[in-house]
Write a protein that binds this ligand. Structure first.
Ligand code: SAM
Length: 215
């Protein structure tokens, strides 16, 4: 796994593209600049690693588009030390971005093969997260509450379990819609039984499966 001058140059160009597309959070841009996204790709696919595009990672799943990762990370308002639950580990790229931002990352993946692959791969890159296999549409109650929850698959509605696992003052970012497009939704738990809901742009994610996802 080599991170050369050329790779770093390609990453800087990606960061410039993200800035042009409206990502301004310096911590997010620095994280994108620091994580070698090409480590998630075969050598022959290097030209794809720093394009602002989603890419297949096997098992019918994708590594999310860098803009989407940056957008969700920005809206999540992560601060160092935050306990963050990620639903949909996938390749582990988003988890690396959160770790670069100083979060303590709990990440859950439904697909056993991806879970095993990513759990072994991230430590080789020097990233330490807590990996879980299971249905993240119901969150990860045994480690709740979380300061932040990020869902990286498209949900039919906001799972109640996820709201209940947010700390007071915590933020959940989740794409909600049908199987082709979803609107990015941010839920802030402002009190024990009170939430604030904000809506943003439309995106296209693979479906969130499970009990509180697409059955
Ligand atoms: N965050 C990932 C990354 O950085 O590569 C991208 C995730 S991919 C767009 C969505 C992932 O969510 C897939 O790996 C899929 O298997 C997973 N997924 C779908 N439903 C899930 C569920 N109920 N619980 C946990 N993971 C789920």
């Amino acid at each position: 796994m080599e991170d050369s001058y050329k790779h770093r140059g390609m990453r800087k160009a990606l960061v410039r593209t993200l800035k042009q597309k409206g990502i301004h959070d310096q911590k997010v841009l620095e994280a994108i600049n620091n994580v070698p996204r090409h480590f998630f790709f075969d050598n022959a696919l290097l030209p794809h690693a720093y394009q602002d595009k989603a890419f297949p990672i096997g098992e019918g799943q994708t590594i999310s588009q860098p803009y989407t990762v940056a957008f969700q990370s920005e809206k999540l308002e992560v601060a160092p030390g935050h306990k963050v639950l990620e639903v949909g580990t996938g390749s582990g790229y988003q988890a690396c971005i959160l770790l670069e931002m100083g979060a303590d990352v709990y990440t859950i993946e439904f697909n056993k093969i991806l879970y095993e692959r990513t759990r072994k791969f991230l430590p080789k890159m020097g990233y330490k997260a807590h990996f879980f296999h299971g249905d993240g549409s119901q969150g990860l109650p045994r480690h709740a509450p979380y300061d932040r929850i990020i869902v990286t698959a498209g949900a039919p509605s906001v799972p109640k379990s996820l709201i209940s696992q947010l700390a007071i003052g915590g933020i959940l970012i989740i794409p909600v819609g049908d199987s082709s497009t979803q609107q990015m939704i941010r839920i802030t738990r402002v009190g024990e039984k009170k939430v604030k809901k904000e809506t943003f742009d439309y995106f296209s994610f693979v479906p969130l499966k499970g009990e509180e996802g697409w059955k």
